[in-house]
Design a protein around this ligand. Structure first.
Ligand SMILES: NC(=O)c1ccc[n+]([C@@H]2O[C@H](COP(=O)([O-])OP(=O)(O)OC[C@H]3O[C@@H](n4cnc5c(N)ncnc54)[C@H](O)[C@@H]3O)[C@@H](O)[C@H]2O)c1
Length: 375
């Protein structure tokens, strides 16, 4: 009969165990250790651990804890890349997505897929209760600033109320960690010329979308105090890369790539006056965003909040001309009016030193993106 082991250490979900002494419940000759991640203590018997599938194998002293990760919005652009990376790292993945903007084909074959809306409390409770994730990577959202200005109530229902359903379920089921996709591009409001928005800068949300993301960040602080729910907030700049939807209202790189390759005209929306070079944005490549999510999920990222960005500003016109060159397109570049809710300049500060190391150069990321859109 196996003797129960009492866990003596608390490990953040997915953290690499650096020494054999950190293993709680090392099952002798089999060299299988058991860690119930993110929980203060566990009565562990070997057969039960086997059944729970939360086993870690001990190749010498370094162990990767395999987790069960719920990825909301995993049929979308960013969520599907994170799902790929989680599976690659050996985690089990469940994707919850209503396919409102995501595509079923984006969900990796090895992931479990549930079509459902995070606004539906029963669906969320059911998924979290049955899957019992160690961590939730929350990417699902109404993602368009323009839509949020037209439909602020729908934006809040998805981005705030839907998220609260997840947080409540996470608390009820003892989920160890929530990683939240926030926005650095919208939350800081206008960033004056010559400056980069660091985490020290107080958010100035000027669109309902930015308000809803900032509200969730505040709720996460409240849930940490009330219920001890651990979270990491990733404030993404403007993300681009393969799989981004070129048909939405957001995602200028994807829109330009598709139109330039089709020979259709593209339009630079005004920063202030129609005909100017357009808004200034901090473009960050999808691989860097995936790295941020994986570092947060694995516990390698110690900061509770970071800007996920390049730290460099690019005008829409610079982007249009670079992509026109990369695609060798003959498309015309035209001009459009200023869009409601858009900030004029948004450039973020990655921090010193940047917690994720150097970001992918824009030229490298754009080349890879164009190659993907070429198919
Ligand atoms: N792409 C960017 O530049 C950027 C910048 C800052 C923040 N973000 C945030 O990153 C996250 C992912 O964005 P993305 O660019 O991959 O967008 P996306 O539209 O490709 O992905 C969002 C996914 O969420 C799903 N979804 C939407 N509403 C849902 C609901 N009610 N229930 C269940 N699923 C729902 C969609 O079907 C889609 O698959 C979002 O939270 C977004 O706000 C993105």
């Amino acid at each position: 009969m196996q003797q129960p082991h009492i866990a003596s250490r608390v490990l953040p979900p997915g953290r690499r165990i650096r020494a054999p002494s950190e293993v709680v419940g090392n099952h002798g000759a089999t060299r299988v250790g058991c860690v119930r991640v993110g929980h203060p203590a566990l009565d562990c018997t070997f057969p039960k651990c086997l059944k729970s599938q939360r086993l870690i194998r001990l190749p010498g002293a370094a162990i990767l804890v395999h987790m069960q990760i719920l990825i909301t919005g995993g049929a979308g652009f960013i969520g599907s890349h994170v799902a790929d990376a989680c599976l690659e790292a050996g985690h089990q993945v469940l994707v919850l997505d209503d396919l409102s903007s995501g595509r079923r084909g984006n969900v990796p074959a090895k992931a479990t897929f549930v079509k459902g809306d995070i606004r539906d409390q029963g669906t969320v409770e059911g998924v979290v209760g049955e899957f019992k994730p160690d961590a939730i990577c929350h990417q699902a959202a109404q993602t368009s600033v323009a839509v949020s200005t037209r439909e602020p109530v729908r934006d809040a229902e998805i981005n705030i109320v839907g998220t609260l359903h997840l947080l409540n379920a996470a608390v009820r089921q003892g989920v160890g960690h929530v990683v939240f996709a926030s926005t650095g591009g919208a939350i800081y409001g206008e960033v004056p010329d010559g400056q980069r928005a660091s985490l020290a800068r107080a958010p100035v949300p000027i669109s309902p979308y930015a308000c809803s993301k900032f509200a969730v960040e505040s709720y996460l602080t409240a849930y940490a105090h009330q219920s001890g729910l651990r979270s990491t907030v990733l404030r993404y700049a403007n993300v681009y890369g393969p799989r981004q939807d070129p048909h939405g209202e957001a995602g200028v790189v994807a829109i330009f790539c598709q139109r330039l390759l089709a020979g259709d005209p593209i339009r630079v929306n005004a920063k202030k006056q129609e005909g100017d070079d357009g808004c200034i944005r901090d473009y960050v490549y999808i691989a860097d965003v995936v790295r941020a999510n994986m570092a947060a999920l694995s516990g390698d990222l110690v900061q509770p909040m970071i800007n996920v960005c390049s730290g460099a500003g690019t005008t829409t016109m610079q982007l249009a001309q670079t992509l026109k060159g990369l695609t060798s397109s003959s498309s015309a570049i035209g001009f459009g009016p200023k869009r409601e809710g858009d900030v004029e300049r948004s450039v973020l500060d990655p921090g010193e030193p940047p917690p994720l190391g150097a970001s992918t150069p824009l030229s490298t990321g754009l080349e890879a993106t164009v190659a993907w859109f070429r198919g």
